[in-house]
Design a protein around this ligand. Structure first.
Ligand SMILES: Nc1ncnc2c1ncn2[C@@H]1O[C@H](COP(=O)(O)OP(=O)(O)OP(=O)(O)O)[C@@H](O)[C@H]1O
Length: 234
């Protein structure tokens, strides 16, 4: 199935304060979209609407043509979410965490399959059987990606995934995102990382006070130009 992610006049207000204003967006399998914007611009609000964590005030968030509704499980199976800090069980190892979260999503895999998901996500083999409490942030994130793969989610939402990663881990992460998109997944990430957004080859949205004010393709812009546009916008 070709995945889709759409926002149609998507709006969220809190007591008269507009956190997200009339967002219109249409992504398909293979697309990478990076949402940039200052603190409070509305990036996490957008992700939370697609996850069904909060209800839209107006408009719709749609995954594979199905409207996302808080409390409904209709769209959950199509989505994986990688937050800034991936929450895993510190006293379980990488394989055990992956097995646990895969089962929670309704999938049961052999050890070889679980190992394969972890390796595809870039986690070195020696770490597969080490307790999560000994993992770095980048390693935890790789387990998060492995869980997304194991769920067979067509849409992967990420909130500031490269924050706190060293340049090498960030570059590895970029490569994995590109690979996932090449396999037909939609990657939607909120980020402050202009360099990563350009490297990942995404379409970039710049958000200001809840409104998407620019959408640019990275094929047409360098990191310096994007930084300039960002600074002029916000
Ligand atoms: N539960 C809430 N109640 C009231 N206002 C909220 C709530 N959640 C978010 N907001 C407001 O909505 C606006 C958008 O917040 P959001 O978290 O989406 O920003 P962001 O772009 O993700 O910022 P950051 O880069 O800091 O994560 C902000 O003004 C924020 O204060």
């Amino acid at each position: 199935m070709n995945s889709t992610l759409e926002a149609v006049h998507l709006t969220k207000r809190y007591n008269g304060h507009t956190a997200l204003n009339d967002l219109n967006l249409s992504l398909k399998g293979g697309d990478i979209f990076c949402l940039l914007g200052q603190n409070g611009a509305g990036k996490t609000t957008t992700i939370n609407l697609f996850l069904g964590f909060i209800a839209a005030t107006e408009g719709k968030a749609l995954i594979n043509g199905i409207e996302v509704k808080p409390g409904s499980t209709n769209t959950r199976e199509f989505i994986a979410y990688i937050p800034e800090v991936v929450q895993l069980y510190g006293n379980l190892n990488g394989l055990e965490n992956l097995d646990f979260f895969s089962r929670l999503a309704g999938f049961k895999y052999s050890s070889a399959e679980l190992e394969h998901f972890l390796s595809t996500s870039g986690l070195q083999k020696e770490a597969h059987k080490r307790k999560l409490s000994t993992y770095s942030k980048g390693m935890r994130q790789k387990v998060g990606i492995a869980i997304a793969l194991a769920k067979k989610a067509g849409v992967i939402l990420m909130d500031e995934p490269t924050s706190g990663l060293d340049p090498r881990a960030s570059a590895e992460f970029t490569a994995i995102c590109k690979q996932l998109a090449a396999e037909g997944k939609i990657i939607f990430m909120a980020t402050h990382d202009i360099f990563n957004a350009v490297e990942v080859g995404a379409v970039i949205g710049i958000m200001k006070q809840g409104s998407l004010v620019h959408t640019v393709s990275t094929g047409n812009i360098t990191a310096n130009e994007l930084q300039q546009l960002y600074l002029e916008t916000i």
